[in-house]
Design a protein. Structure first.
Length: 416
């Protein structure tokens, strides 16, 4: 079938290198691998500087863009929020035009602030199925399910997140478009239980349509290293955006407590990079830490092959529900067959099999992380055992194909 993938988040470029972009690409890959034809409707193709990293297997992906930035955009953030809303409306209009030429069988939208593209498109398609007089008189509240189902993927409680970490001016419109988007969905694919709980609180009438569908991993793209190299050092790695809530400083403090043969490789970029580099200098471990910067997704498998241990050192959340992530990095660590150490927050302990396919430590505790890394340094057999169990779990439980099949089965759409 044909799938309209709606992506109205200006922070996510389809062909950027950040984790959210990888998520978009992998879901598209899963859809195409299942035999579906996908068109992406977005507000940005590449990164914020216009650079693109287009994987060879997605070079033919049809991408329709309605930009937010452009002539007449003022410095007032309220203007940008209004432009976001308008761009999302234009995306739904473009998709509707395409549908009239070649009908879609599924609308898939990644929830974004100020976007109601999916709800708007779904309503327009319902109207197409009604006689003109009935369509003119209906309300959104008295319609049955649309002919073309709408899946909304919810990765974060964006209204709360925007208020806490960035800026949100038109709260009224943000809440209204969120309610319309979530309320219109036939299925709400929530990346974690805390996100599903937020959805149910935000739009109670949509509670029964919320399902927890965690992130996944491409186990064909990311595999264990073909050979195990014999070496004297222990290479410890982190992959991801360098932001304060990723806790990378905890890894640096732990490494500074470790022996000289520990090497740390950090793959990723972000607003916290300068502070982390300064901390590395303060700790006197510049010769043991490598900052690789932003890494093309196609190069991530090779970066992972350099590691003995991979870490996700999240800090302690202020509230139990604050850790609502489903970290792509951890799924990639698992697929690479690495020994994984992660903070024991959110759903990570369950993902790591409560110690059977990865180890957890107290969040934000450098000494606890240091002790666990020492244990893995001393016990190569444990690293091997954890890595094998991790890879097995990635293949049997966490592939993107499995995630897509779960969604389509829930919708009672036959997976190709």
């Amino acid at each position: 079938m044909r799938i309209a993938y709606l992506l109205a988040d200006p922070g996510i470029g389809v062909f950027d290198v950040k984790g959210a972009s990888v998520h978009v690409q992998e879901m598209v890959r899963a859809m195409r691998a299942a035999g579906h034809q996908v068109t992406v409707y977005c507000v940005r193709r590449g990164d914020k500087k216009g650079r693109e990293s287009v994987p060879a297997d997605l070079a033919d992906l049809e991408v329709v863009v309605e930009t937010v930035d452009g002539p007449g955009l003022s410095a007032d953030p309220r203007d940008r929020e209004e432009r976001l809303h308008i761009a999302a409306q234009r995306l739904s209009d473009r998709a509707l035009t395409t549908h009239h030429q070649e009908p879609f069988g599924l609308i898939y939208e990644r929830y974004a602030l100020f976007s109601e593209a999916g709800a708007r498109l779904s309503k327009a398609l319902r109207d197409d199925e009604l006689p003109a007089d009935a369509a003119a008189g209906h309300s959104d509240d008295n319609l049955g399910a649309p002919t073309v189902p709408l899946v909304v993927e919810v990765n974060a409680p964006l209204v709360d997140e925007q208020r806490a970490h960035r800026s949100l001016h038109d709260v009224t419109t943000a809440l209204a478009t969120t309610a319309r988007t979530l309320g219109a969905a036939d299925l709400l694919s929530c990346v974690s239980a805390p996100v599903a709980d937020w959805v149910r609180r935000t739009v109670p009438e949509a509670a029964e349509r919320a399902r927890v569908v965690p992130n996944g991993v491409n186990t064909e793209r990311i595999r264990p290293a073909a050979t195990v190299r014999k070496r004297d050092e222990l290479v410890i790695g982190f992959v991801g955006t360098l932001k304060p809530w990723h806790g990378t400083e905890t890894l640096l403090h732990a490494a500074a407590r470790g022996p000289a043969h520990w090497q740390v490789e950090i793959s990723g970029d972000g607003p916290a990079r300068n502070e982390l580099e300064e901390l590395t200098a303060e700790l006197g471990i510049e010769d043991r830490v490598t900052f690789h910067g932003a890494v093309n997704p196609e190069s991530i498998p090779k970066m992972l092959h350099r590691l003995d241990v991979a870490v996700a050192p999240y800090p302690a959340p202020q509230n139990p529900g604050d850790h609502y992530f489903s970290p792509l990095k951890v799924y990639e660590y698992l697929a690479a067959g690495l020994a994984v150490v992660a903070s024991g927050v959110g759903e990570l302990p369950a993902l790591l099999g409560k110690g059977t396919r990865g180890l957890t430590v107290a969040p934000g505790d450098p000494e606890a992380l240091h002790e666990t890394l020492l244990r893995l340094d001393d016990d190569a057999a444990l690293r091997t055992r954890l890595g094998r169990a991790a890879r097995d779990a990635a293949q049997t439980e966490h592939s993107w194909h499995a995630r897509l099949t779960e969604l389509l089965t829930t919708l009672e759409v036959t997976p190709a």
